[in-house]
Design a protein around this ligand. Structure first.
Ligand code: HEM
Length: 415
């Protein structure tokens, strides 16, 4: 058994693999991790201690307890000098309060309900253009042709990037996300492409943050650049680049995952999906359905914390320094919270942990919800059918989505 430390996520794979008795990169686990985590819940209950002392949490109450409680955090997770300023910067996803709150505060203005509402017309426009182009072709890959271009365009707008270069940005974002997954570094060709994307990212964003484009609204880059310039501080610039990298890493593949996993779930549950036929034009019906899709196939099925002090979780003593892996997918199917948890029920009004909880609650949740609701609503109007029955899921444990999803539109989605 490998030792398990925060900052060494490759060991999560081994750790979970050992406990669920299945290779987590196998197609069986990738296709349905819930089958394995359910078997573990039956054996161990909601809190499982591994032989190396790591806690795996499978219950909704236990995961929520850890996410909300400041005695669990990230501690001394490693900071990396990603910018070349010679200053290590840690994104706030891996930082504890009060430092976390300061850093989150520098960008939170771009993610408020008001800021998201301001983006709605442009998101509607992107969705309309993409589904119109899909209708011209009749058959498309939802990942490559719809979800990725949408997520990339919206992310560019939120960051405040100048127009142009959308495809290049999408490729760079994808490689940055792949670079976070330790399994990707095995292949030298992929490793080189990831290294190239990182260099490209740091160069582009360092330049933009030093000389931001004219602000077309309250953008992330504009806000960070103003704050850094006021302090004229390389630490702040380094941190600003790290923050942009984090937003790309946290907001791109996850949103693609929600749209692609969501549509795949709908198409493979035709009985349950009838709810959408009746409520196709009802925003509340779609919004409730998207929450159930987040519960059922969460794009981020795992979160990790360290006990910063001696504590207890679900009645179990947890010594300081214990690594805690929260299996959000299992929490989302906790029978104590959800009646018939393995049943897709688009009217359920799901209480889920797909966006986390507490101080690290997903900053981009309103944006991801908006994108998924508008895209799934538009696609459902096109009466989509699966053009390829068999799908495979990505290897990543931290972000999980269908690799490609070929569908055929049978009706004009915009008529
Ligand atoms: C369906 C899409 C998404 C899912 C499922 C998702 C999921 C999550 C989860 C589970 C966390 C908490 C991680 C933890 O507690 O360890 C998180 C945090 C975060 N997410 Fe998302 N996310 C999505 C979309 C987005 C988008 C679109 C953005 C931004 C453009 C974004 C930005 C962030 C940031 C910045 C954090 C860290 C917040 C903090 O540490 O205070 N996410 N996300």
């Amino acid at each position: 058994m490998q030792s398990t430390r925060v900052g060494n996520p490759v060991s999560w794979y081994d750790l979970i693999a050992e406990q669920v008795d299945c290779d987590t990169s196998s197609e069986a686990y990738r296709a349905d991790p819930n089958r394995f985590t359910e078997a573990l819940r039956e054996r161990s209950g909601p809190v499982h201690r591994t032989p190396s002392g790591v806690l795996l949490l499978l219950g909704h109450a236990e995961c929520a307890e850890v996410l909300r409680d400041p005695r669990f955090g990230h501690g001394a997770a490693t900071a990396r000098d990603i910018t070349g300023y010679g200053v290590p910067a840690r994104s706030f996803l891996l930082t504890d309060p009060p430092e976390h709150d300061r850093q989150r505060g520098t960008v939170s203005g771009a993610f408020t309900a008001r800021a998201t509402a301001r983006l709605t017309p442009s998101v509607e426009g992107y969705v309309r253009d993409l589904v119109e182009a899909a209708w011209q072709r009749r058959e498309v890959d939802v990942v490559a042709d719809l979800a990725r271009p949408l997520a990339a365009s919206v992310l560019r707008d939120v960051l405040g990037l100048p127009p142009g270069g959308e495809d290049h940005f999408g490729d760079m974002a994808e490689l940055l996300v792949r670079g976070m997954d330790p399994r990707e570094s095995g292949d030298p060709a992929v490793r080189d492409r990831i290294a190239g994307a990182r260099t490209d990212f740091v160069r582009t964003f360092s330049r933009l943050l030093r000389r931001p484009p004219e602000d077309r609204g309250p953008s992330v880059i504009g806000g960070l650049a103003r704050a850094a310039a006021r302090q004229d501080d390389p630490v702040r610039l380094s941190e600003a680049v790290a923050t942009c990298g984090q937003l790309i890493a946290a907001g791109y593949e996850t949103t693609v995952g929600l749209i692609a996993n969501g549509l795949h779930t709908l198409l493979t549950h035709p009985e349950e999906s009838r709810v959408l036929d009746a409520g196709r034009d009802d925003a509340d019906v779609i919004a409730t359905a998207v929450e159930e899709l987040l519960r059922y196939e969460p794009p981020v099925p795992i979160a990790v914390r360290t006990a910063l002090t001696d504590a207890r979780v679900g009645g179990t003593a947890v010594p300081a320094g214990t690594i805690i892996t929260l299996l959000l997918n299992a929490a989302n199917r906790d029978p104590l919270v959800h009646a018939r948890p393995h049943r897709l029920d688009l009217r359920r009004g799901a209480r889920h942990l797909a966006f986390g909880l507490g101080s690290h609650f997903c900053l981009g949740a309103p944006l991801a919800r908006l994108e998924a609701q508008l895209m799934l609503r538009a696609l459902w109007r096109g009466r989509p059918e699966l053009a390829e029955e068999h799908v495979t899921y990505t290897v990543g444990l931290v972000a999980r989505r269908v690799e490609r999803l070929r569908v055929r539109l049978t009706r004009c989605p915009t008529s």
